[in-house]
Design a protein around this ligand. Structure first.
Ligand SMILES: Nc1ncnc2c1ncn2[C@@H]1O[C@H](COP(=O)(O)OP(=O)(O)OP(=O)(O)O)[C@@H](O)[C@H]1O
Ligand SMILES: [Mg+2]
Length: 226
């Protein structure tokens, strides 16, 4: 589904964030990207969602070379990927329902379609009873669930999560991880950048370890550290 071929990313000021990355991620995988701060995890994710362009190499997503997408194809590509961040980036003046439905409204979907879709997704993330609440009335874990609901609303093939549990306590962290695993089980490929050793060790899924922009380890059923 995803192929990185000799991908490097050099930011301005000669900061080498990724060096000659080669990776293949299959549809349906759950992949954790681990490594020290500044080692290129977020950069790797940003390349996938086209927030950054590689300085060298190619990235293929479902056989398409992302570096050669035309202007019109970029929004379509982005809709195929749901994105979740450490800070939930919710709209505080909008309810849970509105935060989740926003992207569908922008896409011009009918209100019936939107209601059905949003209810289904709020059910999946365990927020069915909270659709009229505002983000400030929710716990951190619940806010992250809203962000996940929003990311899922287009039924993306891939969910990219950059430190989604970075602001959460241990219990909420594990609940969010369980939710990500469930979403993965329902068929969505998940790529997670994380510092959370306990959860990576507990879930026993593929682990890609980066060090200074290089893949130093790529293991199925991997651990945070060897
Ligand atoms: N927009 C940018 N301009 C210049 N340098 C950048 C930019 N974004 C990131 N970098 C640099 O690229 C390197 C990789 O950063 P990146 O954010 O990918 O690391 P990370 O592994 O996600 O770190 P963390 O665990 O702290 O989130 C770092 O040296 C960082 O300072
Ligand atoms: Mg990061």
């Amino acid at each position: 589904m995803i192929h990185f071929r000799n991908v490097s990313k050099i930011y301005s000021g000669d900061v080498v964030a990724l060096r000659n990355i080669n990776l293949d991620i299959q549809h349906g995988e759950f992949v954790s990207i681990v490594g020290q701060s500044g080692t290129g995890k977020s950069t790797l994710l940003r390349l996938l969602i086209l927030e950054e362009k590689p300085s060298a190499g190619k990235i293929f997503f479902r056989e398409k070379d992302l570096t050669s997408l035309g202007h019109r194809e970029i929004p379509l590509h982005r809709r195929r990927i749901g994105v979740v961040f450490q800070d939930f980036k919710l709209l505080n003046k909008r309810t849970v329902f509105e935060n989740t439905s926003f992207a569908l409204e922008v896409a011009g979907r009918s209100s019936r379609d939107i209601r059905r879709n949003v209810s289904q997704i709020l059910e999946i993330v365990g927020l069915a009873g909270k659709s009229d609440k505002y983000p400030t009335q929710l716990s951190g874990g619940e806010q992250q669930r809203v962000a996940i609901a929003r990311a899922l609303v287009h039924h993306p093939e891939l969910l990219v999560a950059d430190e989604p549990t970075g602001n959460l306590d241990m219990i909420n962290t594990w609940e969010i991880m369980e939710l990500l695993l469930r979403i993965n089980k329902l068929g969505t490929t998940v790529i997670l950048a994380t510092h959370n050793k306990e959860t990576v060790d507990r879930i026993n899924r593929r682990v890609i370890a980066l060090d200074k922009g290089i893949v130093i380890r790529d293991q199925q059923e991997g651990k945070y550290m060897i």
